[in-house]
Design a protein around this ligand. Structure first.
Ligand SMILES: *[C@@H]1O[C@H](CO)[C@@H](O)[C@H](O)[C@H]1NC(C)=O
Ligand SMILES: [Zn+2]
Length: 336
């Protein structure tokens, strides 16, 4: 009789253990693939008791992404950072972090491979693109990686998308972006221009970061920054333009990316404008070599959204988790 009871208890324990395995897997999955509800709608300025929102120093944004850029510091009037990119270091989740200020989960990595997936578009979400569009002070234009066109369908007024499908194409994929720039710099009907260059990423995948095509490509990218900067200095309608120049992710020593090595997670981020002369501190250019790519100050990619909000004068996007980059505070010397 007593023996029988023991048998019953151990059977019960065995059954319970087997039932708990799926529960444990479920718990793990919930933790590893968290579902984050997104707040719908656009953020609006609140609490008028403090008076109107602070005046924005800039009215136009040129957002230049060089895919897989690890490091490329320009001299000139610039505030440089290393912007930490969380893993997975692939383009789609990085654009999500950069534009919404939130940190996408691993689920986004899976969705990123499904090119036809439209459930993950950001067109209806609160991003700095939606906020710049809501300002109605100009059109939104986009040249380069068509991931932006897939993530933001219908958001851009003019666009020419390039595909990252032909990885061996180092030149045409970038010339198709650059050829639009001179005309757009003469246009004054836009308030946001996104440029996303894929050539450097393609070179990385083919030959690694030290391949023979890498230096000429970096010089080409330098030349484009110079072209834009000179227009900002000389053309009156570009007088209050902010150029943000960054990598969406970096690359490892084999020229690939997706994981979390320092080379992959440490892309450069540079703010450029003649107006920054008044607030920037002198820095050593080029910076001394550092092993782990942590050049200048470190920020998170998600800090871009709230910083752009203050610099261009729109409310911080609703799902933002980033924080304002304090180096820009001298733009508002008074307490009000
Ligand atoms: C570049 O533009 C031309 C003309 O629009 C197009 O035929 C070509 O496919 C484009 N190339 C790439 C890599 O996007
Ligand atoms: Zn790549």
């Amino acid at each position: 009789m007593h023996r029988h009871n023991v048998f019953n208890v151990s059977t019960l324990l065995l059954v319970a253990a087997n039932l708990l395995i799926p529960v444990a897997i479920l718990l793990f999955a919930v933790g590893f693939f968290p579902y984050k509800p997104f707040l719908p709608g656009l953020a609006e300025y609140q609490s008028p008791e403090y008076g109107p929102p602070p005046k924005a120093p800039f009215d136009r944004l040129i957002f230049m992404v060089v895919d897989a850029l690890r490091r490329l510091i320009k001299d000139g009037v610039a505030i440089p950072y290393t912007a930490h990119a969380t893993s997975p270091t692939i383009t789609m989740p990085r654009i999500k972090a950069i534009t919404t200020g939130s940190t996408p989960s691993f689920l986004d990595a899976i969705l990123s491979f499904d090119e036809a997936d439209t459930s993950s578009t950001l067109a209806a979400q609160d991003t700095w693109l939606a906020q710049m569009k809501a300002k109605k002070s100009g059109k939104l234009v986009m040249y380069g990686d068509d991931t932006w066109l897939k993530l933001f369908p219908g958001v851009f007024d003019r666009a020419d998308g390039t595909s990252s499908f032909f990885v061996s194409d180092f030149t045409e994929v970038d010339n198709n972006v650059t050829r639009h720039i001179p005309d757009e710099l003469r246009n004054d009907d836009w308030n946001t221009m996104v440029l996303h260059y894929l050539g450097l990423d393609h070179i990385g995948h083919k030959t690694g970061p030290r391949g023979p095509n890498m230096i000429p490509k970096q010089q080409e990218m330098d030349g484009i920054v110079r072209l834009i900067y000179e227009a900002m200095e000389t053309q009156p309608h570009l007088g209050s333009t902010l150029l943000v120049f960054c990598g969406d992710h970096g690359m490892n020593d084999a020229g690939n990316h997706g994981a979390s090595s320092p080379g992959e997670t440490s892309p450069a981020l540079v703010f450029v404008s003649p107006k920054l002369k008044s607030i920037s501190k002198p820095l050593k250019v080029p910076a001394d070599f550092v092993e782990d790519f942590q050049y200048y100050n470190a920020v998170e990619q998600s800090d871009l959204a709230p910083t752009l909000a203050a610099l261009l004068g729109f409310p911080v996007p609703k799902n933002n988790l980033g924080s304002f980059m304090v180096d820009f505070l001298p733009f508002w010397p008074e307490s009000k």
